[in-house]
Design a protein. Structure first.
Length: 365
């Protein structure tokens, strides 16, 4: 018996129980592997759950945005547009003459724009055209000042509208685009007198607008009583505005129910819907009141190159804060040629109006 015990002890010292030790080692390794597998599985489940939650949140956000935007009216948005959108630089010969005759006037004319399509690509949603009536040719020239400042990205009204229609066709979901018109017939001493706008001239202008953009128009009669369409209903469409007061406006809005262009009609008039108030600092409270009442308003962030030369943003800031839906500028690109970065632009083409939009507003194009 004693010999067996000695032999067993000797074998233990020599490690003669490999099967038991190996089994224990394998059991420990299996247990560790199982724990590790369970941890990895739990981690994977957590990651998948987190990813699922993120996807659900993204979907909910997108759905909320879509719902918010679909319930937004076009008077509850705000956007930027270019002033005298067609304008190219003045011919150098006239620049030299004006520099001698009237440097102040020259300074006010020293701005220019690229083609209309490029402006729309940059997010402009309001364009402005100055038109001169040419009865003999049955058309309208587009330019700023007869003879001296007529370089234009589109020479005639029909050409300008056709360019815009082509851009719209390639971007059919765009927010509604405003196009406003000045009917130019003022006499300027020393320059050829332009033809006066008559009822016949406005009838021709209407016919060209109808020919090119008729099926895409939002018409004055459609919003009578300030019944603005929803943004989703107005995508791919246009609003035409005759930016005139006095006798030309009065002549045009006779029979306004059948006209394609809105006018700057006085508040309370049946045709009143779009107001032109170009001084947002002086008219801030009035603009805000009109916007709150349901009107759409155009104002200007800068004029005659003054704000850009001085890098003065007070007028721009007031324009945006007033709630005016359309903010016109000559500087949607930075005014680097004046040695500063003055600019009037939004991060995207449209945004929620700071005065009229609901609290949960989400506007996108």
């Amino acid at each position: 018996m004693r010999i067996l015990l000695v032999i067993c002890g000797y074998l233990v010292l020599l490690g003669c129980q490999p099967s038991a030790l190996s089994a224990q080692s394998d059991q420990n390794a299996a247990s560790a592997h199982r724990v590790q597998s369970e941890e990895l599985h739990t981690l994977k489940e957590g990651e998948e759950r987190l990813q699922s939650q993120q996807q659900k949140r993204s979907f909910k956000t997108a759905l909320k945005n879509a719902v918010s935007s679909s319930g937004l009216y076009i008077n509850q948005i705000q956007f930027v547009g270019s002033h005298n959108s067609y304008k190219q630089a003045m011919p150098e010969s006239f620049v030299k003459q004006l520099l001698q005759l009237n440097p102040k006037v020259l300074a006010s004319l020293q701005y220019e724009h690229g083609p209309l399509g490029e402006q729309l690509d940059l997010g402009m949603r309001k364009l402005e055209l100055d038109v001169f009536y040419v009865a003999e040719e049955n058309q309208f020239l587009v330019g700023h000042v007869q003879q001296i400042d007529m370089n234009s990205n589109c020479a005639t009204l029909r050409i300008c509208l056709t360019q815009v229609r082509a851009w719209s066709k390639n971007n059919p979901s765009h927010a509604p685009i405003w196009i406003s018109f000045n009917a130019k017939d003022e006499y300027i001493l020393g320059l050829r007198a332009p033809e006066v706008f008559t009822a016949e001239a406005f009838a021709l202008m209407d016919s060209i607008i109808e020919e090119v953009l008729g099926i895409q128009l939002i018409r004055p009669i459609e919003v009578a009583g300030l019944n603005w369409p929803l943004l989703r209903e107005a995508r791919g469409k246009f609003l035409m505005i005759l930016d005139q007061g006095g006798s030309k406006r009065d002549m045009y809005y006779q029979g306004w129910q059948k006209r394609p262009m809105f006018t700057d009609a006085p508040e309370g008039h049946p045709a009143a819907a779009i107001m032109i108030l170009n001084e947002p600092l002086e008219k801030f409270d009035e603009i805000k009141r009109l916007v709150t009442a349901g009107y759409m308003v155009r104002t200007r962030a800068d004029a005659d190159t003054r704000e850009a030369r001085e890098n003065d943003t007070k007028r721009r800031d007031a324009a945006f804060a007033s709630g005016a839906q359309a903010i016109s500028t000559d500087y949607y690109l930075p005014a680097t040629h004046f040695g500063n970065d003055y600019q009037v632009i939004l991060p995207q083409a449209i945004r929620c109006n700071p005065v009229t939009a609901p609290a949960n507003c989400q506007a996108f194009e």
